[in-house]
Design a protein around this ligand. Sequence first.
Ligand code: CA
Length: 226
Amino acid sequence: MKTVLVVEDELKIARLVRDYLHQAGFAVVQANDGLSALALARSKKPDMIVLDLGLPEMDGLDVTRRLRETSSVPIIMLTARSEESDRIVGLELGADDYIVKPFSPKELVARIRAVLRRADATLGGGEMIKVGSVTIDIPKMRVTVGESEIELTATEFQLLITLARHPGRIYSRSQLLDALHGVSFESYERSVDAHIKNIRRKIESDPRRPQLVLTVYGVGYKFADA
Ligand code: CA
């Protein structure tokens, strides 16, 4: 059974999410502030964290930043409609996905499953991708560029392998979102840009002048033909 850590200070929402996740067959651990979330993330080692951005004292962005120093556990942010810029910052800090309040618990469960599938998918199949200086060992979730090993989140990894499997092929943002979610909900296209920005920061020698993950203006992205 997969364990989800739910971090939410609004009791009503926390309870609703917990009940839904129980029904969907997840074990649930709960925290209502950032520090206890970090402590529980360490002690309980959840498979996934659902993290409210608007928390008292240490907010969700700080929690994400701290978590990402040591862990690549999947994170889905819960955000208010007004928190659009925070949401992008959160994705750039390495959160995997977000969902806007008020949300349907059904959609949250679907998102959690999609992100977990993504994390698990990378474990199966003995596939290896090699394009130019980039080597991707899919079962080990390991990316090396030249001699250096790169640490990616499950989402970044999934995006990178989607692009790198077919170098030169152009993907629109919505195709890339499909590759991530398996289902398309409303448009979250800007989140693709944030993940791409992270991947570039990690794998490109000059992220401002990418040589590997290329922008195709007005269309989307492609992995460079070696
Ligand atoms: Ca809150």
